[in-house]
Design a protein around this ligand. Sequence first.
Ligand SMILES: Cc1cc2nc3c(=O)[nH]c(=O)nc-3n(C[C@H](O)[C@H](O)[C@H](O)COP(=O)(O)OP(=O)(O)OC[C@H]3O[C@@H](n4cnc5c(N)ncnc54)[C@H](O)[C@@H]3O)c2cc1C
Length: 451
Amino acid sequence: MAVEADVVVLGLGVGGEEVAGKLAAAGLSVVGIEHRLVGGECPYWGCVPSKMMIRAANLLAEARRIEGMAGRADVRPDWSPVAKRIREEATDDWDDAAAVKRFTDRGGRFVRGYGRLVAPGVVAVGDDEFRARRGIVIGTGTAPRIPALDGLAGTPYWTNREALEVEEPPDSLLILGGGAIGLELAQVYARFGVRVTVIEPSGRLLGMEEPESSAVVTRALEADGVTVRTGTTAQRVEYANEFRLTVAGGELLSAAALLVATGRQAKLDDLGLETVGLDPSARFIATDERMRAADGVWAVGDVTGKGAFTHVAMYQAGIVIRDVLGRPGPPAGYHALPRVTFTDPEIGAVGLTERQAREAGLTVRVGFTELADSSRGWIHKAGNDGFIKVIADADRGVLVGATSAGPAGGEVLAGLLVAVHAEVPVERLASMIYPYPTFHRAIEAALADLG
Ligand SMILES: Cc1cc2nc3c(=O)[nH]c(=O)nc-3n(C[C@H](O)[C@H](O)[C@H](O)COP(=O)(O)OP(=O)(O)OC[C@H]3O[C@@H](n4cnc5c(N)ncnc54)[C@H](O)[C@@H]3O)c2cc1C
């Protein structure tokens, strides 16, 4: 069978679904190809179920903070409402019928299957060919990066998928990887009574973020009973009813479950990229500021390597949609890329870290304040660990990066995000009126610390 359409979208995750749906709604004929679930990683095995777990785990943590501040609470964790909510409310038992209907109701043609480019403008799914008159959009996402760890293959290790489908938590859990995904899940499981150990080969957790963020997160996890093993390399793993992990130095760690959270990678080698002149051995698909990867080919989301976040996929989808429809808009830019690690405290960050700013050769000024030194932080008391750190380019007099760690770190980030994105002069930021006693009023103190 051969089908012609204006646009063929390969992969209907966050980015692909948005592009395909909006272009179909705009009146174009669109074929959307998805071999798993329409919506992708975020709603089924990523952002949404993990944040539901975090919401539940944070309720437990808040209840445990009652003692000494508001009386007593008898906290007895129960995982079953969490699993039920994920199954019933978030994922519809990992069924995408509603998402498929959303797309077809807009006029899109849905194809379930694994697609490959076979020639310029042509995608094949099995024996069927889909020809795109205007272009192809690739939104095939990323998959967990599985380390070449001796003994790991063949064991029932978890990736994010199994970790978010859990009906009954294990007694103990080893987590390989001290990045956002591993740490969010470490805290969740620890708060539900699981004995959790995080193994991270580098010297600190959240290595891409500020060292102060690593310190806050480490303190928080340890307070929840998580064993944090930085500077520790896994060497070998065995499984016989439980996981036995040998780390460098010969020490043996054991647990009922093992979560591999060592990063994500785009899988480009089986998409037929070479047929449109793209490199299938590259790490990501390179794109220009209109998200074009080649003549008649756009890429969107994780696969572009610009930040594996839902908000990046959505942002890029908007650019693709405008470009396909021939409606000019601002080009893609990432100088104010926000990211939030949803641990408690949350770590929100935007733009450059201090180190990145120095490596970029900027004249760097740093302002820092502890949240506990702010009125709101002091009032908040239990669970008030956090800080605001701002990174200024002294030559231009603007912020180029900032971190807000604290009970509402991701929300407090909003003001800093505007500042970095719009390049608001530091002088103007410092002359603003910050409401008392909010957490975000601490931004004023961090700005004052810039000197
Ligand atoms: C545990 C976890 C928590 C996360 N939490 C957050 C968060 O809090 N905030 C945030 O912003 N981001 C978060 N993310 C990241 C977020 O999920 C991704 O950035 C987002 O899903 C990327 O969207 P995408 O469209 O690029 O790819 P995906 O969502 O990965 O979708 C790609 C789709 O393409 C399909 N596909 C691939 N190849 C083919 C093919 N050849 N043919 C047909 N279909 C194909 C796949 O089946 C998949 O459905 C989290 C991720 C994980 C794993």
